[in-house]
Write a protein that binds this ligand. Structure first.
Ligand code: SF4
Length: 288
């Protein structure tokens, strides 16, 4: 019989669960309609589609926004965009994850205390853009290649924070890099606990199975990082959004499957993946 294991820390994290509850409360309350999210509330296309069916759509921009309620995404919102939004006649509900808000607070505090702020993260990720927007001159370090950005900075005091879903490995590598260039380096590890636990449990699981499936949005940064971390350990690691991407060939000679899901992956998708694997396996047995 095939063994299927789900990583201990998998699926919706605290911040995503909180955001989904907020959406639920808003949709049941008397808040003005239509209801929007500013950008996709989380990076999971299947969840966003379900919300659309309930009449809650993501907004790409504020150009045609005249009325209704706008819910801010878990990743936070760029300062200018928030200012523009607040100038409109709409209700604004904040579903920014408190851990993201805390990272934004650190960016502002470091800046106010005279530190040049460096953010370790993906330069185009909404959370990182929102973090950067808190002050005028923050620097984003995404990879070691970004060294050129810090080489000629005329300061000796820098403060470093991280995108909340970075891997600790990448964050440490960037901190080491920065320490070569500045006398005073204040490091604030803003990676959230949910991310660290998720990554550790996925890595541990990938060590003991024949096949590792990372389930989550292809646009989800934290899911992509789970994939990268596990792929280094288990060559047979695949990133899928739903069970529809599982091919029978992936399961050939496989006796154990590990499933790890990103912070924005709902339980029902993980359940579908498990059910699908069991079904394929039963069909295979029948044909033996
Ligand atoms: S991954 Fe962490 S920071 Fe991001 S929403 Fe979840 S709990 Fe919040």
């Amino acid at each position: 019989m095939i063994k299927i294991y789900v990583a201990k820390h998998s699926g919706f994290c605290f911040g995503v669960k909180r955001a989904m509850h907020i959406i639920d409360d808003v949709s049941k309350s008397g808040k003005s309609k239509p209801i929007y999210t500013l950008g996709p509330i989380i990076h999971n296309p299947q969840t966003v589609d379900k919300l659309k069916k309930k009449g809650i759509s993501p907004l790409d921009n504020l150009d045609n926004l005249r009325s209704g309620t706008v819910i801010l995404r878990t990743h936070g919102v760029e300062k200018n965009l928030l200012k523009e939004l607040k100038s409109k006649r709409v209700d604004v509900i904040d579903a920014t994850c408190p851990f993201v808000s805390r990272a934004q607070d650190y960016v502002r505090t470091l800046h106010e205390n005279g530190y040049k702020v460096i953010i370790v993260g993906e330069r185009n990720h909404p959370e990182v853009l929102a973090l950067k927007s808190q002050i005028d001159d923050a620097i984003i370090l995404e990879s070691l290649k970004d060294i050129v950005k810090i080489k000629n900075i005329e300061t000796q005091r820098v403060g470093i924070v991280s995108q909340t879903t970075q891997s600790i490995e990448n964050f440490k590598a960037m901190v080491n890099l920065v320490m070569d260039y500045f006398k005073e380096v204040l490091v604030i590890n803003t990676i959230c606990n949910a991310t660290s636990q998720r990554q550790e449990s996925a890595i541990a699981l990938s060590r003991k199975v024949d096949l590792m499936l990372i389930v989550g949005g292809k646009n989800s940064g934290n899911t992509m990082r789970l994939y990268t971390l596990c792929k280094r350990i288990a060559k047979s690691t695949y990133h899928i959004e739903t069970e529809k991407e599982i091919k029978k060939s992936m399961l050939k000679n496989v006796k154990s499957v590990g499933i790890a899901a990103g912070a924005s992956t709902p339980d029902w998708i993980v359940k579908n993946v498990k059910t699908f694997i069991k079904k394929i396996y039963k069909e295979e047995l029948k044909n033996d």
